[in-house]
Design a binder for this molecule. Structure first.
Ligand code: FE2
Length: 176
């Protein structure tokens, strides 16, 4: 059972679409900040060239996405605020656990990292789709535009990772 007392910012019940959108926006802002940090940590691992360049590119995109979210806050007249996103926290810690467990085998490590990234990107895709639908209902055109930029980058990144995964499986099975 979720304890709302542990979430000071959520003690006030959500009573309309604007408040629901704001709550989810704060969660997404928290998620992006966590994912930025975890991608920066991934660069410390022994990645293959393709994954390294994918992560490096997506770090720059994530930085821009965080600025876009800050712009969204400003467009709706709010200060940027993080509300703990439990899903993002769990995805990051699960990813770190897999990296640690496979750290002695670089092809399994690359495969784990790609799997962790794919989970994150697909979570981000569905989250942005929800936020965009909310912004459309609130007739916030500028907000929709900013969120669509983020969504597009997440979709492209998810696609690139998924295309790379079969090769990583191949490398991992060749190494047995
Ligand atoms: Fe992303």
């Amino acid at each position: 059972m979720v304890n709302l007392q542990e979430r000071p910012s959520a003690i006030t019940k959500i009573t309309n679409l604007q408040e629901k959108f704001h709550y989810e926006l704060c969660g997404m802002y928290d998620a992006e900040c966590r994912f930025l940090e975890s991608q920066q940590m991934m660069l410390q691992c022994e990645l293959n060239n393709q994954l390294r360049s994918l992560v490096e590119t997506h770090i720059r995109e994530t930085e821009q996405q965080i600025r876009n979210l800050e712009q969204v806050f400003s467009t709706i007249g709010q200060q940027p605020k993080r509300i703990n996103c439990d899903v993002a926290a769990a995805l990051v810690s699960e990813g770190q656990k897999c990296l640690l467990l496979t750290s002695d085998n670089s092809s399994l490590l690359n495969l784990s990292l790609a799997g962790a990234l794919a989970k994150v990107e697909n979570f981000e895709v569905i989250s942005y789709q929800g936020l965009i639908t909310g912004a459309e209902h609130m007739k916030q055109k500028e907000v929709v535009k900013l969120l669509q930029q983020n969504l597009q980058q997440e979709q492209q990144t998810a696609q690139k990772i998924e295309q790379h995964i079969p090769q990583l499986f191949q490398e991992a099975s060749n190494r047995k």
